[in-house]
Write a protein that binds this ligand. Structure first.
Ligand SMILES: O=C(O)c1ccccc1NCC(=O)[C@H](O)[C@H](O)COP(=O)(O)O
Length: 262
C-alpha cells in the first residue's frame, strides 16, 4: 500500500463520519448564493504575475512537522502582500494538520485572491464542502480517480463555480485528462519514495495539451528553478515547504518573489 492509498482510504472513512453528522442535503443549504470566485487560471495567464502559488502546510508525510507555530491567516496575508498569485491550503487533518477551519480563516483574510482547497478529493461531498468555504479551485489527483470520476467531479465543480486543477504524476495518467479542466499540475514528488525530480515536470510538459495552463508542483526551492520551469512553458509554481519551514514563511516568500527576474 502506498502512502497515497493510505491517505485516500483514511479520507474515505473520515468523509463517511462527517456525512453522519451533516448530510449532503444540509451541506448544500450552506452554499453561499451568487458568489463570484477569483480565477487562478486568469491570474496565472497574466504575464506580470509571479506565478507562485504559496501553500499553507503544517506537516507532511515526507517531512513530519514543518511549522506548527504560525497561523494560516497571518501567513497567507503575508504571501499575498509578497506577490503570490494564489494560495493553497491543505485541508487534510490526519496527514497534513490542516482543516476546513484553516481554509475559512484564509478565505476571510484574502477575499480577492484565488485559493486552492488542497485535499484528496474522492467524494462529491468534498466538492460541496469546498463551495461552502468559498474555495476558488479544487484539486483532483489523477492517480486516485478514474476517468469517469474526473469527468463527473469536473462537471460538479464547474456547476458550483469552482475551477479544477488536475494533478498528474505519471505518463499513463494522461489518458484521464478531461479537456474541460482549468489547470494541469505535474507533481515532481514521487509518492512512493518521496524523491523529488524537477526534470520530471519538464519531461511531462511536452505531452500536455499545448493550450493547457500548467503548474509545476513540489520540491521547488530556488528562483532559478522557477525561471527554468517558466521558460519551459509552466505558468504556475506550487510551493509549500520551502516557505513554511522558515520562522516567517511570508518573509521567505517575499524574498523569493523579489529574486525572480521579471
Ligand atoms: O508533501 C508530501 O509529503 C506529500 C505526500 C503525499 C501526498 C502529497 C504530498 N504533498 C502534497 C503536495 O502536493 C505538496 O504539498 C505541494 O505540491 C507543495 O510541495 P512542497 O513545495 O514540496 O511542499
Amino acid at each position: 500500500m502506498t502512502i497515497l492509498d493510505e491517505i485516500v482510504a483514511n479520507r474515505r472513512k473520515e468523509i463517511e463520519q462527517v456525512k453522519s453528522h451533516v448530510s449532503l442535503a444540509e451541506l448544500k443549504k450552506q452554499i453561499p448564493a451568487d458568489r463570484k470566485g477569483n480565477s487562478l487560471k486568469k491570474r496565472l495567464l497574466n504575464p506580470e504575475a509571479s506565478g507562485i502559488i504559496a501553500e499553507f502546510k503544517r506537516k507532511s508525510p515526507s517531512k513530519g512537522i514543518i511549522n506548527d507555530k504560525v497561523t494560516p491567516e497571518v501567513v497567507t496575508k503575508g504571501y499575498v502582500t509578497a506577490g503570490a498569485s494564489g494560495i493553497s491550503v491543505l485541508t487534510d487533518k490526519s496527514y497534513f494538520g490542516g482543516s476546513l477551519d484553516d481554509f475559512a480563516k484564509v478565505r476571510e483574510a484574502n477575499p480577492e485572491t484565488p485559493i486552492l482547497r488542497k485535499d484528496f478529493m474522492v467524494d462529491e461531498y468534498q466538492i460541496y464542502e469546498a463551495s461552502v468555504v468559498k474555495a476558488d479551485v479544487i484539486l483532483l489527483i489523477a492517480a486516485v480517480l478514474t476517468k469517469e470520476e474526473i469527468e463527473r467531479f469536473t462537471t460538479l465543480a464547474h456547476k458550483l463555480g469552482l475551477e479544477v486543477l488536475l494533478e498528474l504524476h505519471a505518463e499513463e495518467e494522461l489518458q484521464k485528462v478531461d479537456p474541460r479542466v482549468d489547470l494541469i499540475g505535474i507533481n515532481n514528488r514521487n509518492l512512493k519514495d518521496f524523491t523529488v525530480d524537477l526534470d520530471h515536470s519538464i519531461q511531462m510538459l511536452e505531452k500536455l495539451p499545448a493550450e493547457a495552463v500548467k503548474i509545476a508542483e513540489s520540491g521547488i526551492s530556488d528562483p532559478e528553478t522557477v525561471e527554468h520551469l517558466r521558460k519551459s512553458g509552466f505558468h504556475g509554481f506550487l510551493m509549500g515547504e520551502n516557505f513554511m519551514k522558515q520562522e516567517h514563511p511570508a518573509e521567505a516568500c517575499r524574498e523569493f518573489i523579489n529574486a525572480l527576474k521579471r
